[in-house]
Design a protein around this ligand. Sequence first.
Ligand code: MG
Length: 160
Amino acid sequence: MRVGIGYDVHRLVPARPLILGGVQIPFENGLEGHSDADVLIHALMDALLGAAGKLDIGHLFPNTDPRYAGIASTDLLGEVMKILRQSGLRVVNVDLTIVADKPKISSYIQEMKKNLAPILGLLPEDVGIKATTNEGLGFLGRGEGMAALAVASLRRCHHK
Ligand code: MG
């Protein structure tokens, strides 16, 4: 059994869509970034890569590479899963936390699980997603950005 941890932060800015776990959420601001800036999937990918002993997403998908401009992070997650499969690894479960004071995320969590589970080769119940606030404290509390944490566990496949 292998375990990995991931963490990411993106700035919230006007005139960007807010995409979390591959779900577009109506909100006055969106996350800034080279890709679709899906902070939740970014933390998840780093947890998966960390568990596999690979380099992080900054190395894999550099933000200077025009191929990744505006790309859906669900597509990047698919690329990470290819790397895992090539390394003979499969995902056992993942557990994710979104930290944001606004908007309310809870009603979108089931949809996020349904998006992520098939990409990971999991059932939705093997994808943990929680949302919490930062109690009004710091940059997260002021709505200047969003953070996400992720843990992933992997197992080596013994079959093809
Ligand atoms: Mg990121």
